[in-house]
Design a protein around this ligand. Sequence first.
Ligand code: BES
Ligand code: MN
Ligand code: ZN
Length: 492
Amino acid sequence: MKIKIQKKIKSSKGLLVVPVFKENLKTLPATCPTVVKKFIQQVHKNKDFDTKPCTIASTYALARGLPEKVSVIGAGSNKKFNLRSAKELGGKIGKHAKKIKASQLTILLTPEIIENAQCFLEGILMSQYEVDKMKSKKKKEEEYKLMKLEVVVEKKDKTLSEALEKALIISEGVEYVKDLVNTPSNVIDVAYFEKEARTIARKNKYKLKILRNKELKKLKWGALLAVNQGSKKEANCIALQYDGAKDKKEKPVILIGKGVIFDTGGYNLKPTRHIETMHQDMAGGAVVLGVFEILKKLKIKKNVIGLIPVAENLISASAYRPSDIITSYSGLTIEITNTDAEGRLILADAITYGTKFKPESIITIATLTGAVAVALGDRYSGLIGNDRNLKRALQKAGKKTDDLGWLLPIHRDYKKKINSKVADIRNYDIGTGGYAGASKAAAFLERFVDKNKWCHIDIGGTAFTKDPKEYQTRGATAQGLEMLVKYLQDAK
Ligand code: BES
Ligand code: MN
Ligand code: ZN
């Protein structure tokens, strides 16, 4: 897509969109042509348009030289306008252009929108996403694409072009994650993950280490290996390193993303309605790859290490069983009380590995539980951890990007629920089962973090959606990516 910032409407094709705030009905931007101003006043007078957020009135062929179709869109009150509404407005406009198959889009920006330009532009760009990577070329060509975007402003300035640049970097990262998560598991397997990590490392000159089967066995990553036992393909753990801090010796932030290629549940097999979308179970790992796609481009000034344990939870003659007792990399023995509680197992070994870097903090991100979706739905990811400041900082970063998180507690009693009679710990509380499932999963992880500052982001409800926001699309959402990037950007 070509994007231009200019001071006049240049295109005579496609769609012209004029966002209108309640307060601005009479003071439309100077860039707005008189015929369009008249149209707006008329539809408003006829009560066909009331400036309520995301409501639209359209007309055709107002005048020569103008785009063929003109739509005015309500932006609500400028007093309530913020980065979230900017992102939603951008998304709404993007989807409107998509719906009418306009391949060129011209938008008149007001000062309110320019103030939130990055979010607004992200909204437009993210809304254009299509799950089309698996379509043959011919089919793809038949489909609609927005080819040209023109934003019209009274005054061009550097901050606006910088906002555009950032929006492009972020939305490309989001798209990258969405593609990984939407693509099925026969295509995205362990080796594919490794290849992606390699490409990212090469492009950005990051250090990369891949712990493969042989090394994992030698180091005794018993938990990761147990989960992968039922698969014909070998598990691995990807370790990416970015040195962005001025001081090379500054302690790194460790990001750990769950990379379960497909989660059948194992012998605790998932029912049909739950199994269908389990190719999403590597979303945490995909987000970590996405963060590394972005770190260098945004020149983030932190040292970051990304760890992605990658495995597949399948059923076969060699799969692990309920009642197995395994020894994790930390040395703790684990009774397997449920083979579907596999995410915490592969994360456990990666966390132990992470602690060896003497980190500033450890952040885990995973589609860890269905329970978090019951608690928070698909609008908030769960934030659980042992450090209030870290949790709050992540939540704040989420607020700034509309990638929201909500703090969940671990009651001290729940920490005991994963004690086992026959091993050091068990991976699932059989007794009081589903109660506080998200907290108990995190309580399991906490056993491995030692004294380190740690926060877990449970994206079990947010990684994949059937009910997208204005700027989202059905399926993968890349939630967690923007929260993490913003956190790292703002962190001291
Ligand atoms: N990957 C699932 C969690 C999940 C479910 C993510 C639905 C996204 C959508 C995880 O491995 C899992 O199976 N969790 C179980 C744990 C339970 C069986 C111990 C859950 O929360 O239902
Ligand atoms: Mn599972
Ligand atoms: Zn899982």
